[in-house]
Design a protein around this ligand. Structure first.
Ligand SMILES: Cc1cc2nc3c(=O)[nH]c(=O)nc-3n(C[C@H](O)[C@H](O)[C@H](O)COP(=O)(O)OP(=O)(O)OC[C@H]3O[C@@H](n4cnc5c(N)ncnc54)[C@H](O)[C@@H]3O)c2cc1C
Length: 389
């Protein structure tokens, strides 16, 4: 395959600043050199490429849109989005790692933590010297996290946690978990360090999606943590939902990267694959698929860019993020399925990136609010009527 050069049918590059383009191109090159050559093996083996963590940190990819005073890159949100796009062009597992570390661990510490917590944790997490995870989902509470049964009870100068979290990205390899538990009935954030007595994080195996990403349970059995591990600015379900909105923003961009990888593979393949004495890209039915993919990618790019500008101007609404997450995940999954079709039997082989992206995108469509949950968020936003229950 020819090297990836991006997909930019509407010259959206013109709408980016030099700094934004540079951030994107740096990560694009790094992904091509460091992620693409190894990711199939990790996907097949069900492992995360741990050796890439220091390199990602060196590039400033963890908490990249958080301030420099805490050791972060201080990018604007458009540059941050473009970085997520390029990471997911490599693999959704790589983007998920960066999303969790930045949007779901560093962001809550930055937003709800004490100055001491911020000064301690943010530089360590930005340098990739510590890995974090975010525990909200439980075995019996996914789309409805407010029903969580994990509890924290104050005992002297400690909080004692009991409960189980499920489907937690990076859980087994994390040094610190941002855990959401009910304290006196109110959802509250806590920092639980790996090695704390009463805390275990077994890996969830046998996944057929996001295989190059570690997913775990977090189990708390009379797990006592120091009182200073509470995130004092957190309180109520709105706190974890604010974190999810940060991550959803990154997903809206990231999925464009996965879709671009699939479109690129399908286009290249359609020009090389000869059937009935001509490249299959010369057949109208194949062209129709390629045109669909390009159209949907172009629409998604413009959507994400506008969302990013609104975020940088502090004018973003959570329902706007929902619209982009919902649309771009569904778009990318459809593009991946269509690309798989264009590649015929080769479409199911890991020799090509398409089936890997397609399987990954099934999980990306579900996590951080399923497609249907974002439909309900949008429905409520436009009608004022709550259709959740
Ligand atoms: C690979 C992976 C990584 C993840 N990483 C994390 C993580 O790091 N941290 C974390 O906390 N969580 C994580 N999750 C969990 C994820 O956020 C949840 O899976 C997601 O919120 C959906 O919850 P659920 O799987 O329990 O599905 P359910 O909530 O049981 O939903 C099942 C189906 O019912 C539908 N449904 C539910 N309620 C309604 C309703 N009111 N109206 C209409 N339809 C409805 C849903 O749309 C869905 O189609 C991860 C999940 C995966 C797969």
């Amino acid at each position: 395959m020819n090297p990836f050069r991006g997909v930019d049918f509407y010259q959206a590059d013109d709408l980016l600043s030099d700094v934004e383009r540079m951030a994107r191109d740096t990560v694009r090159e790094w992904v091509g050199e460091r992620v693409v050559p190894v990711i199939d093996t990790h996907f097949e083996d069900g492992t995360f490429p741990m050796h890439l963590i220091p390199e990602m940190a060196e590039l400033g990819l963890f908490g990249a849109n958080l301030p420099e005073e805490y050791g972060c890159a201080g990018m604007n949100n458009v540059a941050y989005g473009l970085v997520m796009q390029e990471l997911e062009r490599g693999d959704s597992g790589i983007r998920s790692f960066a999303s969790v570390q930045g949007a779901l661990v560093m962001y809550p510490i930055y937003t709800f933590g004490t100055e001491e917590q911020k000064r301690h944790w943010l530089p360590l997490l930005a340098r990739g010297e510590k890995i974090g995870c975010f525990g909200l989902t439980e075995p019996d509470h996914g789309s409805d996290p407010g029903g969580m049964t994990t509890t924290a009870i104050r005992k002297g100068d400690r909080y004692v946690l009991n409960g189980t979290k499920s489907w937690i990205t990076n859980g087994t390899i994390a040094d610190v978990a941002v855990v959401w538990a009910k304290l006196d009935g109110q959802v509250t954030g806590f920092l639980v360090e790996n090695g704390t007595s009463g805390f275990t994080a077994p890996e969830i195996r046998h996944k057929m999606s996001l295989r190059a990403s570690i997913t775990s349970q977090l189990i708390f059995e009379d797990c006592a943590i120091p009182e200073e591990n509470l995130l004092p600015g957190s309180g109520g379900l709105a706190s974890p939902l604010r974190c999810l909105n940060q991550a959803r923003y990154g997903i809206a961009w990231g999925t464009i990267g996965a879709a671009m990888a699939c479109y690129h593979a399908a286009l290249e393949y359609s020009l090389e694959r000869i059937q009935f004495d001509r490249p299959i890209g010369g057949f109208q039915l194949v062209q129709e698929k390629l045109v669909y993919m390009l159209t949907e990618i172009t629409k998604a790019q413009l959507l994400a860019l506008r969302l990013g500008r609104l975020k940088d101007e502090n004018r973003i609404e959570h329902s706007q993020t929902s619209l982009a997450k919902r649309n771009n995940c569904a778009m990318a999954l459809e593009v991946a399925r269509m690309a798989r079709d264009v590649l015929g039997a080769n479409g199911i082989s890991l020799e090509y990136p398409v089936i890997r992206h397609m399987c990954n995108l099934e999980a990306v469509k579900t996590y951080e609010g399923t497609h249907d949950i974002h439909t309900l968020i949008l429905g409520q936003s436009i009608t004022g009527q709550n259709a959740f229950r």
